[in-house]
Design a protein around this ligand. Structure first.
Ligand code: GRF
Length: 200
C-alpha cells in the first residue's frame, strides 16, 4: 500500500515539481502525492499541482483568525485525505509543537544549507544563500530532515554538498543548490520514509 503524501507550499513549487516528476519517473515508488496545501493565495505551486491532477487547498492563517485555527484546518484536511507523510516544500510558516507532535517522524522539510550551519529562526529562502556568501564559505548544500518543534531541528535524513563558484550571487547559488541538491534529496527522502513505513 502506497503512503499518501501531502505537500505544503508557499511559493514557486520547484520542489513540489521535483516530487511530482519523481513519482512519474518511478523514483518515488512507495508514495503518492494526494494533496497540496498552500498558505498563500495564487502560489504557482498550486498551478503545478492542478496541472498534475492533484487536489489543492489554500489555508489562510489571517482569514481563519490565527495559528491555532490555521493548524487545525490543515490537520482536518490531512485526516480527510488519510495522509501518512507531510512534506514542507518551500513552506514559509513555522508549525508549532501542537502540530508537529501529532506527526512524529512523519513531517519532512528541505532546508537550503548543510544543517547545523545557516539554519533556525530567520534562515529561509534566499536569505540563507546571502549569509553563506557573506561568510565566505566554499561549500554549501541542502538538507532534508524530520520536522519537530525546533525550526530546522529534527533528525537529518539526507544532506548533499554543493560547491560555491567564484562570482556566485545569492540567486545563482540558490538555483545550483536547488538543482543539484534539493530537487534530488527530497524525492529520495520521501521514498525512504515511505518504504520504511511500508515495512511497519
Ligand atoms: C527554496 O529556496 C528552497 O530552498 C526553500 O524554499 C524555496 C522555494 O522553494 N525550501 P520552492 O521553489 O517553492 O519549492
Amino acid at each position: 500500500m502506497k503512503a499518501n503524501v501531502a505537500v505544503l507550499v508557499s511559493g514557486g513549487g520547484t520542489n513540489l515539481q521535483a516530487i511530482i516528476d519523481a513519482e512519474k519517473n518511478g523514483i518515488i515508488k512507495n508514495a503518492s502525492v494526494k494533496l497540496v496545501i498552500s498558505n498563500k493565495t495564487g502560489a504557482y505551486a498550486l498551478e503545478r499541482a492542478e496541472k498534475a491532477g492533484i487536489k489543492t487547498c489554500t489555508v489562510l492563517c489571517d482569514v481563519l483568525g490565527g495559528q491555532s485555527a490555521f493548524e487545525n484546518e490543515i490537520i482536518r484536511l490531512l485526516e480527510l485525505y488519510n495522509i501518512d507523510i507531510i512534506v514542507l516544500a518551500g513552506f514559509m510558516s513555522i508549525l508549532t509543537e501542537y502540530f508537529t507532535s501529532k506527526y512524529p517522524n512523519r513531517i519532512l522539510n528541505v532546508h537550503p544549507s548543510l544543517i547545523p550551519k545557516f539554519c533556525g529562526k530567520g534562515f529561509y529562502g534566499i536569505k540563507v544563500h546571502q549569509k553563506v556568501l557573506e561568510a565566505g564559505e566554499k561549500i554549501t548544500g541542502a538538507t532534508v530532515h524530520f520536522v519537530n518543534e525546533i525550526p530546522d531541528g529534527g533528525a537529518i535524513i539526507f544532506q548533499k554538498e554543493v560547491p560555491i563558484v567564484d562570482g556566485d550571487t545569492p540567486e545563482s547559488l540558490q538555483l545550483r543548490v536547488m538543482k543539484e541538491a534539493e530537487w534530488k534529496l527530497l524525492p529520495m527522502a520521501i521514498e525512504k520514509v515511505a518504504k520504511d513505513l511500508s515495512k511497519k
